[in-house]
Design a protein around this ligand. Sequence first.
Ligand code: NDP
Length: 449
Amino acid sequence: MSDILEKIKQKDPEQTEFHQAIQEVFETIKPVLDRNPEYGQASIMERITEPERTIIFRVPWMDDSGVVHVNRGFRVEMNSAIGPYKGGLRFHPSVNLSILKFLGFEQVFKNALTTLPIGGGKGGSDFDPKGKSDTEVMRFCQSFMSELYRHIGPNTDIPAGDIGVGAREIGYLFGMYKKLSNEFAGVLTGKSLSWGGSLIRPEATGYGCVYFAAEMLATQNDSLEGKKCLVSGSGNVAQYTIEKILHLGGKAVTVSDSSGYIYDETGIDADKLAFVMQLKNDRRGRIKEYADKYPEAVYTATDEAMTYNPLWNHRADCAFPSATQNEINETDAANLIENGVRLVAEGANMPSTSEAVTLFLDNNLLFAPGKAANAGGVAVSGLEMSQNSMRINWPRDEVDNRLKGIMKSIHTSCINASEQYGKPGNYVAGANIAGFVKVVDAMLDQGIV
Ligand code: NDP
């Protein structure tokens, strides 16, 4: 397989995040290929690493002062072997093809793990919603959708939110899709409740990640009760991760954004979490304000030039990275271990570098890769699609129970696959193998397409 990875690197040398994601999967599925020679045929590995379709388009929009800007829009339709493409849209200045291909690749295996019939994709733009007015964001979303709408549909490709794309952006995108297609269709998930959304969708990724962590602890007759937890990010995933940690009796002591982080030794309780939600979702402010409001908390500024992130250098039991890719490097991983952390559950996609993952596994931490731990978001998106098709709304408890059931079943699949292929306790191998087998079996059934 190293020759395949080498060819991919030569073809697109700058796509380092994509190479990182492929390498991790390749390293763990070797025993599957050894035991199932048919998987080595029909160039499955070459096909699974090449998107079925990549769409790149111009997104021109006008700001409030009449100046025209041009951004780049993307949709990577990675794999539709088990269902229509499904995966979020990310609006962030760092977005490029490498990041979207890595996210799309991970999404394929994650979606397979949910047990729902959905393929994988990812998209977005290098547009930065930070500091833009609502009308600027609306004009951008409308321009973005005026091209994307011809490539998506409820049976083809169903995007959702991701970094920089929340309820506001989904609303503007949906409005434009509906106008252009003249159809009220379940073409986006993460919609508001009153027009086709699902209860528990906003909570799903964070809640699901904590449910997964609780399952891992249960294998050691332990629970989150009384556990001190480090959480990064302050967006959708971080907020509901903190909420569920609180529900299960744990204590979250950190929260962050791209400018810095808060350490609150007394714990982020329900009132403080409500403040974070209002600050980030309604006022779109900076996390620094938390320390102005709660003097017991300490704010530390961070920047990308730092060789390690001090957020990961506090005494704790568990860590829930919930901001962005590669936010835990080898030094951070060593600091976490040194500080007593025994469980890491990835709410974000690929937040740990390969070196960090190796350290976690070598030190026998309970380590849940994003593919498994953050699959709750797309799982409830899948449930939103089902409710849209049936034109019904399930009650909150029903969706939450289904989410819990799905996270439990992903946990079981990871455990079973890791044991079956001689890697007991290794959730990285378990998640990659279980997802891979399902997708590849479907690809083989469907011939060379
Ligand atoms: P949001 O946009 O709601 O929040 C992102 C948070 O991460 C913000 O606090 C943001 O800070 C911070 N952040 C973003 N980029 C960086 C960076 N380069 N350095 C430091 N901090 C950064 O996004 P989500 O919560 O939805 O997504 C977070 C992660 O979870 C992503 O990896 C996403 O792919 C993953 N994920 C999300 C799912 C979902 O359902 N939303 C599903 C599965 C995975 P700031 O405000 O300063 O930008």
